[in-house]
Design a protein around this ligand. Sequence first.
Ligand code: CAA
Length: 380
Amino acid sequence: MDFSLSEEQVMIQQAARDFAQQELLPGVIERDDAQKFPKEQVKKMAELGFLGMMVDPKYGGSGLDTISYVLAMEELSKVDASASVIVSVNNSLVCWGLENFGTEDQKQKYLKRLASGDCIGAFCLSEPEAGSDATSQKTTAIDKGDHYVINGTKNWITNGGTAEIYLVMAQTHKEKGHKGINALIVEKGMKGFEIGPKENKLGIRGSDTHSLNFNDVKVPKENRIGEDGFGFKFAMKTLAGGRIGIAAQALGIAAGAYELALKYSKQRKAFGTEISNHQAIAFKLADMHTQIEAARNLVYKAAWEKDHGINYDQSSAMAKLFASQVAMDTTIEAVQIHGGYGFVKEYHVERMMRDAKITQIYEGTSEIQKIVISRGILRD
Ligand code: CAA
């Protein structure tokens, strides 16, 4: 078993680490406070090839493996989880879905722009009454011969306001249940497509999350991804990979908070010595370090399986379930180690604690991951 990274992977990791320190760290507190989308930073990430990391260079991507993607996600998330979710959604939900299931025309027209970061995309599955229960799609896409007409509402859509290309799941054949759902490419500006107000969130406040309204939106049939009725499978297959990205985000948030807590504990003195010399703190650091390493192994393993053509439905669910819990536990302890300083914004860890929570919710809650894992165990 070889746990070492390739030279290229180390280079990507270092590039993401440098970018996070130089470009994301300045202003991260202010962006969180003001719910400001990191527009300039996203532009620079596009230039560095972070928005289409796994996409074939012939479609404008960087042609890297999933391990490289995960390494970059981890480093970006150590500093700014709002920026990293933009990267994650664009890479693993939008670009990956289009590259693997889109037509050549769709790749030429949409994937090239998305992978090069000329624009960003959004993945629209959740609805006011269909979050975890994703087969219960109320949004409809009525077949009108050469086009579909979409009506309905999507909720909590990451990149909702800033995206230009949206992958929208909608019900075409109600009687067929999930087998009647289609995935359609919707462009910003299509008549009847409205972006709702921005959500005021607990965490990842720099990322922009909106509800979307579709009122008789006409979408040409050539914008359907896959065969008629493939939409739910498309969403599930895509989300299996997306969960690796979010697991890497959770890992990064945990590792970032741990690094800050470790540094602080070696500087802060109490009872005549650095607090890291007190076993109460040293044991917390030992637990955090161990948990993060375990999470890292699960995340890298899921990415490795994806790169090796092994089914990763279960490993991605396990990685996300575990890493998101580690993110919560570690950030709470990082605040505790910082004491009163941890409770104020300047020390970053309170933001990380708020950011960590979403990793247990989006791209399938922890409870959904347990459904996926337990079904896998019982089926095998
Ligand atoms: N790959 C391929 N097909 C899959 C699949 C996978 N990973 N998982 C399920 N399917 C297929 C099943 O085989 C089944 O097809 P058949 O009937 O042909 O066999 C079909 O999908 C339905 O599956 P289930 O019967 O298992 O459906 P279910 O109603 O019991 O629900 C679920 C399954 C796993 C709970 C699913 O509903 C789910 O994942 N829910 C969570 C949704 C989610 O993750 N939402 C996140 C929103 S996106 C987001 O957050 C993005 C963002 O902006 C950050």
